[in-house]
Design a protein around this ligand. Sequence first.
Ligand code: SAH
Length: 367
Amino acid sequence: MTSPTLEAEIRRRIEIAGPMPVSQYMALCLAHPEHGYYTTRDPLGWPGDFTTAPEISQIFGELIGLWAAATWQSMGAPASIALVELGPGRGTLMRDALRAAHVVPDFRATLTVHMVEVSPVLMGRQRETLSGQGVPIEWHQSFDDVPSGRSIVIANEFFDALPIHQAVKLSNGWHQRVVEIDKVGNLAFGIAPDLLPHFDVLLPSEVRDAPIGAFYEWRNDRLALELGRRLARDDGAALVIDYGHAQSAAGETFQGVGKHTYANPLVAPGVVDLTAHVDFPALAHAAESMGARAHGPLTQAEFLHRLGIEARASTLKAGATPEQAIEIEHAVARLTDPGRTGMGSLFKVIGLTNARLTSLPGFELES
Ligand code: SAH
């Protein structure tokens, strides 16, 4: 499957307007309304491009459903609450969360689910996965369309899919990295000739003394600011799970992912997934600047241990065949893998809440 039309569109834009910032390239590749990667396919699982935690084991969504119920209780069990998921993929996490929430019927009875999804293909999948759940469910294209009110927001592997900007440090300062057409007519990375104005002032202190040749990546803060503003104004909590760094740092993490392996992000626009690590301190800082409170980050392994992943796995294994029991063990090992590139350590979890919530389930020791 190729998407020549998107590549043609990107080339046309570069010819008219000049090299485009990496952020614009990433936004077009992922979310172009006709040819974008997410707009045109379901990329999850086999034979897709990547597998996410809820697709590895039902336990992941179940633990998050119980976390949401416990969070609702710590908010004082309000009479109505929006359970919002950003970028819900196939709807698997929400299905498993709603099933687990049966153990707290009062929580389930107060829920309205809001799914924020840009992809019509995945929205269709989510409708199938969630049919007959017995809770009201609404779909929205953007978080801005979710009605105001108390909310619990979940985002697993969502922020990494939002466009990043890249800057490169040259001898005279930081320059924007761009996508251009090279001498032989291929899409290639380039460096904008003009300096990014006052960029040093905006950089986190850890990055200011980076050596020449260093990269720095950042995302538009708009969504994190809006999340913080809502939590501060309307009450509630958000859980963000993604691969990324617990400390802001220089470095290049922009990558393509196709068929479960890394791909050159410029070779097949709209056909491979594009992602970059999430800068958790930047996310927390943006939400805090709007009056919210941040909890964590913790590693995914630590968070899942605290939510009781081992106990839940034992319960499931007790009712499983020997083959299923082995699958459950493998899934738990994968989700909590502490190796440098294992999901348990690469993935981080952060909580964002209204400032009155001084402790949040799973993060208690951190607050
Ligand atoms: N959370 C899911 C899927 C992760 S893939 C899981 O863990 O399995 C990223 C998801 O975000 C997809 O559903 C994709 O369509 C959606 N998405 C990507 N960019 C988006 C945007 N700008 N607005 C809303 N949804 C987006």
